[in-house]
Design a protein around this ligand. Structure first.
Ligand code: F6R
Ligand code: MG
Ligand code: MG
Length: 370
C-alpha cells in the first residue's frame, strides 16, 4: 500500500441555541454524503464530529494533501449542511462559507484544514484535536511541549529514537512566510517566535534526518487559516484543528495528552475578543456555554488499518483530566471578574469587534490637551 493521507477539514455552517453545538441533523447530512463518497471509493474512511459549533470531517484517502477531489467533497458537505441549517433556521447558517463557488481547494474559502500524507507504519496511532472559541496559535504551547519539552515528553531524554529532537515548521501568518527550525538546538529562538501566538504558529513538525522515521513525512500538523484576514472583516473565530501521530519513535500517546494537563491561556473566547483557559473535555462536553466558553479542546484517538479508521477513543473522557478542568474553572472565575478589562478582554488591536473607534469619535471634541 502507498502513502495514506489523513485530512481533517472543518467549518461552522450553523448551530443550535446560538453558537453552542452542531445538531445531529447536520452531522447526519455529513455522514450520509461521506458514506456515498466512501462507497464510490473516493475516500477510504471517515468520521464526523462537532467541536462546539464547528462541523469536523475526518477523512482518510490516498490522494495526498490539497487534493481537489477531497477538498471538493468537504466543500460539498459544508454546502449541503449549510442548506440544511438554513432550512432548520439554525444560528449563523453558512457562516464560514465565504464564497459561492469552489475553486480547486478549500483554503481561503472559509474552512480550516489540517492534513498530512505519510507511510502507514506497522501500527499507526494518531490523535485528532479539535478546538472551539480560539485561534490556531492555541496549539503552539502544547505542540511545543510534546515535541521539545523534556518535562512533558520523557522520551526526549530516555528514548534513543527521540533523543535527537524534531524540526518545527513555523508560519508567520501575518506576512505569509515560513521558517524551519530545529529543537533542541534552536529552542530559545523557536520560543521567541511562537510565544507570539497571534502571529507565529507551528504548522508542522517533522522527524530529523537519520532517525527511525522518514524526515520528509510530517508527524504533526495544525490548521492555520485566519478567517478574519480572508474575509477582510470578522466572520467568526478560526477554531483550529490538529493531527498528531504517536508512539514508536514519536511521543507516546500519554506524552502527547500530558501537554493538555495545563489549561493554558488562549484568545478567542466571547465575541473572539477575550482570553481564557482552554478546557480539555470529552465529546459529551463539546459545547461552549458559560460566557460562550470557556474555549475547549476535544481529542479522539485512532489506529490506522491500511487507511481504515479503528476508533475513536474519546481521550479526554478520563478523571485524569478532572483536575485540569477544575483548575481551568478556577482560572475562568478569576479572569471573568476582570469584565471588560485587559488582560481578560484582548488589547483593542486584537479584538475581533470593538466600539472603541466610535467612542473616540463621539468624544473627539471633548478631548483637550493636558
Ligand atoms: C462564536 C463566538 C461567540 C459570538 C457571540 C456573539 O463562535 O465566539 O462568542 O461571537 O455569541 O455572536 P453574534 O454576534 O452572532 O450574536
Ligand atoms: Mg458559530
Ligand atoms: Mg466555533
Amino acid at each position: 500500500m502507498g502513502k495514506i493521507t489523513v485530512s481533517l477539514i472543518k467549518a461552522d455552517v450553523g448551530s443550535v441555541a446560538g453558537h453552542v453545538i452542531v445538531p445531529d441533523e447536520i452531522k447526519e447530512v455529513a455522514r450520509n454524503y461521506l458514506n456515498e463518497k466512501k462507497e464510490e471509493g473516493k475516500i477510504i474512511d471517515f468520521r464526523v464530529f462537532n467541536a462546539g459549533d464547528d462541523l469536523e470531517l475526518l477523512m482518510t484517502h490516498t490522494r495526498g494533501v490539497d487534493s481537489e477531489v477531497i477538498h471538493k467533497i468537504a466543500w460539498d458537505v459544508f454546502k449541503l449542511a449549510a442548506e440544511k441549517a438554513k432550512e432548520l433556521k439554525l444560528y449563523a447558517a453558512g457562516q464560514d462559507l465565504l464564497v459561492d463557488a469552489f475553486s480547486g481547494n478549500v483554503r481561503g474559502l472559509g474552512p480550516g484544514v489540517a492534513e498530512m500524507e505519510f507511510t502507514e507504519r506497522k501500527a499507526e496511532p494518531f490523535v485528532a484535536f479539535m478546538m472551539d472559541k480560539t485561534e490556531p496559535g492555541a496549539f503552539n504551547l502544547p505542540i511545543f511541549k510534546i515535541f521539545a519539552d523534556p518535562f512533558t515528553t520523557a522520551g526526549l531524554v530516555i528514548d534513543p529514537k527521540l533523543h535527537n529532537g524534531f524540526v518545527f515548521e513555523i508560519w508567520d501568518i501575518i506576512e505569509n512566510k515560513r521558517v524551519f527550525m530545529k529543537a533542541p538546538e534552536e529552542m530559545y529562538d523557536i520560543l521567541a517566535l511562537i510565544g507570539s501566538k497571534g502571529r507565529f504558529v507551528i504548522k508542522r513538525v517533522y522527524p530529523k534526518e537519520g532517525g527511525a522515521l522518514p524526515p520528509d513525512e510530517p508527524v504533526a500538523v495544525v490548521s492555520t487559516e485566519k478567517l478574519y484576514k480572508i474575509a477582510g472583516k470578522y466572520v467568526g473565530k478560526d477554531d483550529p484543528v490538529a493531527i498528531v501521530r504517536a508512539q514508536s519513535g514519536l511521543p507516546a500517546m500519554g506524552e502527547i495528552l500530558e501537554a493538555f494537563s495545563f489549561p493554558h491561556m488562549v484568545s478567542g473566547w466571547m465575541r473572539g475578543s477575550h482570553n481564557g483557559p482552554i478546557l480539555p473535555v470529552p465529546l459529551k462536553y463539546s459545547k461552549c456555554t458559560r460566557f460562550d466558553g470557556p474555549p475547549r479542546c476535544i481529542a479522539v484517538g485512532f489506529q490506522l488499518n491500511n487507511g481504515k479508521l479503528v476508533g475513536p477513543v474519546d481521550l479526554f473522557d478520563d478523571p485524569a483530566f478532572e483536575y485540569t478542568r477544575m483548575k481551568a474553572m478556577e482560572i475562568t472565575d478569576y479572569i471573568r471578574r476582570h469584565g471588560p478589562f485587559e488582560p481578560h478582554r484582548l488589547p483593542s488591536e486584537e479584538m475581533e469587534y470593538t466600539t472603541l473607534p466610535k467612542v473616540l469619535d463621539k468624544l473627539k471634541d471633548r478631548f483637550e490637551p493636558v
